[in-house]
Design a protein around this ligand. Structure first.
Ligand code: CTP
Length: 413
């Protein structure tokens, strides 16, 4: 457990927005100060309807910032500096409105300007009516923010301020939010096992054009590969993520190269070398269309077109057997619908990988496109089943494992 002084050198910028739960911030500020943190507060206009800047300022021991145009005074700092002079930005309560504005990149007051301009990690504690929380727009906005690296804390399930309303939407309690802030710093202050290492990761599907408007693709969402990239960033690595067309956001802190076809993916991987580690999580199309049409193929006299397919280069095998620039650790995936272990073992050997992450992608598993994953790890040392977890869990564990291989804590092959 972190000690009471663990936030000693930390600077927290707390953005309070207009929700009834704003009162919980008073307690939060007290607890943060108790732990030695420096707390600076931005309040929206609406927040001031719920708690006064006077009480907030008395607890934070600093003036409260609320007006964008106040900051032009000579003795004041600008909103850009305000957004940077912190180790962590916390938005609490985070209303549906501020969440939507953050996701859309709006900046129409001091709080939104600060949130758009910051280059620091952001943690938000949503608070709203359960119907608003369940609305597809909020789901989309929260999902988007999550994908860009924003940490979402809560909400809790419980009674609302409105009579008779009950459900998910209550802001977490101050001590829960404090615990999340402490956990954030415990993670960022943790040792960085991959510091100084370069890792190249492929993710998502590839699209292989048939003609200018049609292509061959697969159901890969990129969630697993992107989660691995995020875990590698968290472990301190320099990350190059080569991604096929996906609808999820780029992970924060990685250099992302967007490509469409398998051949472009190989080219991008080769251009990213040298690397210490390479992880090939992409679902690369095995074939492309030979002699793709430069014009849209029309229905008509010539009947149904027959597509002639040719094999794409195997990126994992090319890099796994690279004569001059093979990374020290090479990891592949094996997407199988039958004979999981045997097929994965064959891929390990054939493609020159050190580790294969095998998963059963039969439709009933829901893994392809889903949020969870169950994997079997295959190396020359044997076979190991990992418990079912989120794709983030699998990513963290894989990065830990790869770090151990790289550091020699575990023999390769
Ligand atoms: N892979 C690759 N380039 C390809 C095909 C696959 O880099 N052209 C990589 C994938 O990223 C994955 C591994 O090889 O890490 C295995 O992919 P998978 O689709 O399971 O196997 P395939 O080699 O395509 O074999 P098959 O489709 O016959 O099972």
């Amino acid at each position: 457990m972190p000690g009471p002084q663990m936030l000693d050198t930390k600077r927290i910028l707390l953005v309070i927005t207009g929700g009834i739960a704003a009162y919980k911030c008073l307690e939060l500020i007290r607890r943060l100060k108790e732990r030695g943190a420096a707390v600076r507060v931005v309040m929206t206009k609406a927040a001031q309807q719920f708690v006064t800047p006077l009480s907030v300022g008395a607890l934070s021991g600093d003036r409260v910032y609320s007006d964008l145009f106040d900051l032009t005074a000579e003795h004041d700092i600008g909103h850009i500096q305000l957004s940077r002079d912190a180790d962590l930005v916390v938005v609490a309560p985070a209303t549906a409105d501020i969440i939507a504005k953050m996701a859309a990149g709006l900046a129409d007051d001091l709080a939104t300007n600060v949130l758009l301009a910051t280059n620091k990690p952001v943690l938000i504690a949503p608070a709203m009516n359960p119907m608003m929380w369940a609305h597809p727009a909020t789901t989309r906005n929260v999902g988007w923010l999550k994908g860009t690296g924003v940490t979402i804390v809560g909400p809790n399930v419980g009674a609302m301020a409105e009579r008779g309303e009950f459900g998910p939407g209550r802001m977490v309690e101050p001590m829960e939010l404090l615990a999340a802030i402490e956990a954030h710093f415990a993670a960022t202050d943790a040792p960085k096992p991959l510091a100084g290492k370069h890792i190249v990761i492929t993710s998502g599907p590839t699209h292989e054009p048939i003609d200018p408007v049609r292509y061959i693709a697969n159901r890969s969402s990129g969630k697993q590969g992107h989660a691995i990239a995020a875990a590698a960033v968290a472990a301190g690595a320099r990350v190059t993520l080569i991604s096929g067309p996906v609808t999820i956001p780029d992970p924060t802190g990685a250099t992302v190269v967007h490509i469409e076809t398998a051949r472009q993916m190989l080219e991008a991987v080769e251009a990213a070398l040298p690397a210490d580690i390479a992880i090939f999580a992409a679902a690369v199309a095995d074939w492309r269309v030979e002699g793709q049409s430069t014009q849209k193929i029309k229905k008509g006299a010539s009947g149904t077109p027959g597509l002639q397919l040719v094999e794409n280069p195997d990126i994992l095998a090319t890099i796994g057997k690279h004569a001059t620039a093979r990374p020290q650790v090479v990891v592949g995936f094996a997407a199988e619908t039958e004979n999981l272990t045997a097929n994965a073992e064959a891929k390990l050997l054939k493609k020159g990988a050190d580790l294969i992450v095998a998963n059963d992608v039969s439709p009933e598993t829901g893994i392809m496109g889903g949020d969870r994953n169950t994997v079997r790890i295959i190396s020359r040392n044997g076979v190991e089943d990992w418990p079912e977890g989120s794709k983030e869990d699998v990513a963290r564990r894989l990065i830990e494992r790869v770090g151990a291989l790289l550091g020699g804590a575990e023999p390769i092959g």
